[in-house]
Design a protein around this ligand. Structure first.
Ligand code: ADA
Length: 561
């Protein structure tokens, strides 16, 4: 998956990215498909979104991908898929291995008891909306949900004993100390194994461990007195190599602590003002399969505007993008998929179970990224409805259980009647003064009204304006400066930044809606307010061409330094 560092030296990994055989099957039930009879009459890129290509533009249906893989021997292998949209069934030599629901998260498919040699891998992928099979994806969401194997694939030979995961948590910043948790598996209890941990090439632990079960966890605390800390201003990174028996895992990490206190977000005890954008991982030519060049250009533009913050709206981000944020010192709000859910979903165990599984996958994938400083769930859902509270409790509680080292939040669009803000560490409010309903002149009053409503109960908590913005059609400029012109958007965002950070000092962060224009759902409810089928509130258009607001935000953010 082309990470910024080699993740394994000893383990044999087969990179499955490239061109696969492809067939568009259409509106058929996956249960009725005879896989052996599929006629693979086309080809498709992995990673890629088939419905972003001209031949399949906007089509929904079942598709099939096929390629040959090589199993090194008959020991366990593991197939990793980094994001498949948004339901899939994996088959090897015709044998059904596993189904998976939900795009944007990395998941594993284990291959056990298969003979050595070449085998035919077929993945049926479905981008239709089907609540029973894929409860986290809905047509009404305000972004276009592309289909396909969008984030790449790898095959790992596990052998008879392997490392499942390595998690690094900062224990202390002064002096620097980390805790490393190694989860491991094996076909049978392996007994005595060598364990070595090295940081930046220097061995810090070397011992023999006795493993009396076929799976378990090893936890070690490691002092790193000479290590440098990670922060947005100095994004220092370190590399940890773990060797356990015959297997190895390399991961990159940063040493830093995130805390909240007195309305502030602190990194290593230093207050930080988060300045940035919501970003959809979308592009008209590539769908959700953003090429590395576009990721790099997005990071360049964010840094150029003076940003240190991205909200990954509204789903988990690609590990390669997080790698770039780690290096650039861009803080990330990692968000589980969700958009305006009501009690209908939040009281349904089917939906909650799918959310829990998605959160597990998000946390497993983003855990070691120092850039991920906070996590969130359920954008703009019904947090003002008492019926939804148990759902919020379950999901936020699960996030905290999986990772106690990061603050949690959700973006609320009901700041005056929200019932669940006691459950979060950071208050986050989405609001659109000056765009939906009122005029730009009303922005200061409307923001102050939100703060006044939240402060009596939550005065100590940091507050982020997690969405605010205006639509602008690229190139639309006239002397009236009305809504949809570039100048209206620029004026609105200048007013917001001035009010939040110059006139007042209550907010700890701002995520402008949004970085780039993105295609949206074609349901009639959406499309009438979305010229050209796009949400046009980006400061760059869908091809990343800057609008007037780009320079306005750049001036305003740099002016705050
Ligand atoms: C909401 C939502 C965004 C987007 C935005 C808009 O607040 O969270 O996804 O739809 O509004 O553009 O109206």
């Amino acid at each position: 998956m082309h990470r910024r560092y080699r993740e394994h030296d000893a383990r044999v990994v087969m990179d499955l990215d490239g061109i696969w055989d492809f067939a568009f099957l259409g509106d058929v039930d996956p249960e009725t498909v005879d896989v052996a009879a599929i006629r693979f009459d086309d080809r498709m890129a992995v990673p890629g979104c088939f419905d972003a290509t001209p031949a399949y533009a906007s089509l929904r249906g079942l598709v099939a991908y096929r390629r040959e893989i090589l199993l090194q021997d008959a020991t366990p292998h593991r197939l990793w898929l980094a994001g498949v949209h948004h339901w899939c069934r994996v088959l090897l030599d015709g044998e059904h291995l596993q189904d998976h629901a939900g795009g944007f998260t990395r998941f594993a498919v284990d291959v056990r008891g298969h003979k050595a040699g070449t085998a035919e891998l077929v993945i049926l992928v479905d981008n239709r909306f089907d609540y029973e099979r894929s409860p986290l994806h809905h047509e009404y969401f305000d972004w276009y949900q592309f289909g396909g194997i969008a984030r790449g694939a790898e095959l790992h030979r596990l052998g008879s004993q392997w490392i499942d995961a390595v998690q690094v948590v900062t224990q202390s910043i002064s002096p620097p100390e980390i805790q490393v948790t190694i989860s491991h598996g094996a076909v049978a209890a392996p007994g005595e194994l060598g364990l070595t941990l090295s940081v930046d090439g220097k061995t810090v632990v070397t011992e023999s461990v006795s493993l009396t079960a076929s799976s378990g966890m090893i936890i070690r605390t490691v002092a790193l007195p000479d290590a440098t800390l990670w922060s947005p201003a100095s994004p220092n990174l370190h590399v940890l190599d773990v060797r356990l028996g015959d297997d190895d895992v390399r991961t990159r990490f940063g040493i830093r602590q995130v805390t909240v206190r007195d309305q502030q977000i602190l990194i290593n005890d230093e207050p930080v003002k988060l300045l940035g954008f919501n970003r959809h991982a979308a592009h008209p030519e590539f769908g959700h399969a953003i090429p590395e060049m576009v990721m790099i250009s997005d990071v360049q533009q964010l840094l150029d505007m003076g940003c240190n913050f991205v909200r990954g709206s509204h789903y988990p981000q690609d590990a390669r993008f997080l790698d770039l944020c780690d290096e650039a010192g861009i803080c990330v709000w990692s968000e589980a998929i969700g958009w305006q859910h009501t009690a209908e979903h939040l009281t349904d165990p089917h939906f909650i179970d799918a959310q829990l599984a998605g959160i597990d996958e998000m946390v497993a994938a983003d855990f070691n990224h120092p850039a991920v400083i906070m996590r969130g769930i359920l954008n703009e859902s019904h947090s003002h409805d008492p019926a939804c509270r148990p759902g919020y409790e379950t999901l936020l509680g699960h996030l905290r259980d999986l990772d106690g080292s990061r603050p949690v939040t959700y973006a609320s669009n009901h700041p005056f009647e929200d019932l669940d803000l006691d459950l979060v560490d950071i208050l986050s409010v989405n609001c659109y003064p000056g765009w939906y309903g009122s005029e730009i002149e009303r922005i200061p009053d409307e923001i102050d009204r939100i703060v006044a409503a939240l402060d009596p109960e939550h005065a100590e908590k940091p507050l982020i304006i997690s969405e605010i913005g205006a639509g602008a059609i690229y190139g639309w400029r006239d002397c009236n400066g009305a809504r949809w012109t570039e100048s209206y958007q620029a004026r609105l965002l200048e007013t917001v930044i001035r009010h939040l950070f110059v006139d007042r000092d209550r907010v700890a962060g701002l995520a402008i809606w949004q970085f780039c224009d993105c295609r949206t759902s074609e349901s009639v409810r959406k499309i009438l307010g979305r010229p050209g089928g796009f949400n046009n509130k980006g400061v760059v258009d869908a091809y990343r061409r800057p609008k007037q607001a780009y320079d306005a935000v750049k001036r305003a953010f740099h002016g705050l330094e």
